[in-house]
Design a protein around this ligand. Structure first.
Ligand SMILES: [Zn+2]
Length: 264
């Protein structure tokens, strides 16, 4: 069965040329998605967008304890470094999510223009820095050619945002959002998915001090308000972005309990 699914592109706040997401729609096989209900049926509550088990998952207070703190990472090494951080994100979630029947696989991480598998077409505003394709479970990273920033923390926050989309895909939120909440049809649905990703990414980044200091996280959350006005439709107003990110940052044991944008 083919169902409509949104492709969301990531957000590059905090970099010299803030970039952000775009969306388009693409078909995906239902077999690639976690258990969920067809439109009109009641989904398994643990996989539904508004009652998902992800909101009950408990994460360690600090993820990635073995990650080497890097103050500077050259652009040539950036993708490799982000891949190491991605390994930590996956490892941190594997066991907690397995307890709820969710299998946390590692998303592919590729540099823009170098991926041989291009399923999700690019559309919308062109100033994006990363995007996630739920169909191929791929994060595409597009470094800013004009940036000479050695500090990799902005890119870590960017990666956390795309990993948040990966969690939405794994947990069933993405598919349920498409089927029951009108994502792609209801203009209010897509910002809910994006604001949730901002909340989840701030919660995750706040638990990864080896890759993102407290000061860097504060800077990145403030930076969420600096995107161009053309991102409001899909990613909410600047104050909404900061608000949801702060909710994520203040999370306790249940890391994503405050990130339920579907019932707010
Ligand atoms: Zn996004």
């Amino acid at each position: 069965m083919l169902i409509p699914l949104l492709l969301l592109l990531g957000c590059g706040a905090g970099t010299p040329t803030p970039a952000a997401p775009v969306e388009t729609s693409a078909p995906v096989s239902g077999s690639a998605a976690p258990p969920t209900a067809a439109a009109g049926l009641t989904p398994d509550p643990d996989f539904a967008a508004d009652t998902n088990a992800l909101y009950r998952v408990e994460l360690a207070e600090a993820t990635c304890p073995d990650l080497t703190v890097r103050q500077s990472v050259l652009s040539a090494e950036r993708l490799s470094y982000l891949d190491d951080v991605l390994d930590c994100f996956v490892e941190a979630h594997a066991e907690p999510l397995a307890a709820y029947g969710m299998n946390v696989t590692k998303p592919r991480l590729v540099q823009a223009g170098e991926d041989e598998i291009v399923f999700c077409p690019e559309s919308g505003p062109g100033d994006w820095a990363a995007h996630y394709c739920a169909v191929t479970r791929t994060i595409t990273y597009r470094p800013d050619p004009g940036s000479f920033m050695l500090d990799p923390s902005a890119d870590v926050f960017l990666l956390a945002h795309e990993f948040a989309h990966h969690l939405q895909a794994i947990s069933g939120i993405w598919v349920d959002a498409s089927l029951r909440h009108g994502m792609g049809r209801d203009p209010a649905a897509t910002p809910k998915l994006e604001l949730q990703a901002m909340c989840i990414s701030a919660a995750l980044a706040g638990r990864t001090p080896a890759a993102l200091s407290d000061a860097a996280l504060t800077r990145e959350i403030r930076g969420l308000g600096g995107w161009g006005g053309h991102w409001v439709t899909t990613h909410g107003a600047p104050e909404q972005r900061a608000d949801w990110a702060e909710r994520g940052r203040s999370a306790v044991a249940e890391a994503y309990a405050g990130c339920n944008t579907w019932t707010s």
